[in-house]
Write a protein that binds this ligand. Structure first.
Ligand SMILES: Cc1cc2nc3c(=O)[nH]c(=O)nc-3n(C[C@H](O)[C@H](O)[C@H](O)COP(=O)(O)OP(=O)(O)OC[C@H]3O[C@@H](n4cnc5c(N)ncnc54)[C@H](O)[C@@H]3O)c2cc1C
Length: 454
């Protein structure tokens, strides 16, 4: 049997996957197409190039889910975190790095690793045999994108994300909002109350449209094609087409009765839909946007019921190749239809440098363990790694699946703790304590399993 692990793509995920697998005693060939084939965003031939910001975001491992992911990767001897720490720049509570020194040191570490070989070549097919991890990222080359779409079906591989903002349920003011599906449609009570509705009167609607039209927007990056499909137009573009367009589209007020004020017909209604099985996250339906983050925060808080909303993630539209992971991948990140192939990184439907590296870490370990004949135990759902992998491979709604950052809304609640803003500090500390214990236990257990197989 071929005992080489092929990893395609030497970005955040592929670099981490190669490091982890090689350290578990597996021979790795890392296929990276740059600098022979370029993308519109990368500038160098280095591995783990940061294409935009030089920040790995918050490094607070007690009160922040990204900081917790840093902690878990450090505990697992992660290369990306190790090199980021080494090339850290002052940035308050964030982990910012000297991007060139960082990428060069990741590249050097992988080049000099005795069981890793780097090949600068573009892979354009999904191989039938051997062990493979595809970590080709948001800018997966066109030929490979076509090959993946041929395997998955074009409806299950997206080339753009169209992300509507996601709100923490416990930050929504339910004295203004209510749960109801349009025309009370549905067989069960759960279906009849599947949507969360925020009503607007005429003045509120007009003020909202003014704010949308005036808001700062981001432009597409050079090389990205700004072709929207009519089904996922940014809301500000809809508003530009006419002040009433939204009232006839995602904000139409029909089929809904506000129980807080049953005699008053709302002029418009913003609907939110559950985004995860836990019911801790809700997305604002049809509200994909190119507004800048600061502007989104101001504009969306004008929606009645969302005045104090906390956002698990803000909206966006970007060039982004990603799978419908909940239907395509199993909980070991294998393609269900071709289990010799794993995916890792942003293409699995996570978003961001840290999340992508984290999914690379898992894929590298899972693949190496399987090749050595001792598959790893399931990733604990209470760790940040586990919360993320569980979301993309099953917890997320497959029909509306869009890329996700790590956030505490993905975590199972801790019993007996206060909800709402007041209890937040204690709740986050409880999540991070529980996660660290679960992750440490898993690492110990997987090491024992690995040792047992030597
Ligand atoms: C324009 C842009 C700006 C972004 N800004 C940020 C930001 O500020 N902060 C943030 O956290 N995230 C940002 N992201 C997201 C970020 O790119 C990802 O989170 C992260 O880099 C993904 O890691 P990855 O390893 O999955 O993919 P990448 O880091 O992109 O790595 C994929 C690698 O695969 C290679 N590759 C592609 N196709 C093939 C092939 N067929 N054969 C061989 N190699 C191939 C590519 O050359 C690349 O090196 C941005 C993305 C884009 C596109």
């Amino acid at each position: 049997m071929d005992k080489t692990l092929h990893i395609v793509g030497g970005g955040m995920a592929g670099s981490e996957a190669a490091w982890q697998a090689a350290n578990m005693g597996v021979q790795v060939i890392l296929h990276e197409m740059r600098p022979k084939v370029e993308t519109f965003a990368h500038q160098t031939g280095d591995l783990a190039e940061m294409v935009c910001s030089n920040s790995f975001r918050s490094d607070d491992d007690e009160q922040n889910a990204v900081g917790l992911l840093h902690w878990e990767m450090r505990a697992a001897n992660g290369l990306i975190m190790n090199m980021a720490d080494r090339h850290r720049l002052p940035a308050g509570g964030a982990l910012a790095v000297d991007r060139e020194a960082f990428a060069q040191s990741v590249t050097a570490r992988l080049r000099t690793h005795p069981t890793i070989r780097i090949e600068n070549s573009e892979i354009t097919t999904l191989p039938e045999d051997g062990h493979w991890v595809f970590a080709t990222g948001p800018l997966t080359s066109e030929k490979l994108g076509t090959a993946i779409a041929n395997e998955t079906g074009t409806d299950r591989l997206a080339f753009f994300d169209a992300i509507a903002p996601i709100v923490y349920f416990d930050s929504i003011d339910m004295s203004r909002a209510w749960m109801q599906s349009r025309y009370d449609k549905g067989e069960t009570e759960e279906e009849r109350t599947a949507y969360l509705n925020c009503p607007m009167d005429r003045d509120q609607y007009e003020a909202f449209i003014d704010a949308l039209l005036a808001a700062d927007k981001t432009e597409f990056h050079e090389g990205e094609t700004a072709t929207y499909f009519d089904g996922c137009l940014p809301i500000e573009v809809m508003a530009e087409r006419g002040r009433e367009t939204l009232r006839h589209g995602p904000m139409k007020p029909v089929g809904l009765t506000n129980p807080h004020s049953p005699d008053e017909k709302p002029h418009a209604v913003v609907q939110l839909r559950r985004d995860n099985a836990l019911g801790t996250l809700y997305n604002i339906v049809g509200f994909q946007t190119k507004m800048k983050y600061g502007a989104q925060n101001n504009v969306f808080k004008k929606i009645p019921g969302l005045e104090k909303a906390s956002f698990a993630r803000l909206g966006g539209i970007h060039r982004n190749t990603f799978l419908n992971a909940p239907t395509l991948l199993d909980n070991q990140m294998r393609l269900r239809s071709r289990p010799n192939i794993r995916f890792a990184g942003q293409i699995t439907g996570v978003e961001g440098y840290v999340e992508s590296a984290a999914m690379g870490l898992l894929a590298g370990r899972l693949a190496a363990a399987e090749m050595r004949g001792h598959p790893l135990p399931d990733i604990p759902q209470d760790s940040a790694m586990g919360a993320l992998i569980h979301h993309i491979t099953g917890g997320a709604e497959a029909k509306t699946f869009q890329p996700m950052n790590v956030n505490f809304g993905l975590f199972r609640p801790v019993d007996g703790l206060k909800g709402g803003r007041r209890g937040r500090r204690d709740r986050y500390k409880a999540y991070t304590d529980r996660a660290k214990a679960a992750w440490t236990e898993w690492l110990t257990k997987s090491q024992l399993d690995a040792t047992a197989s030597v």
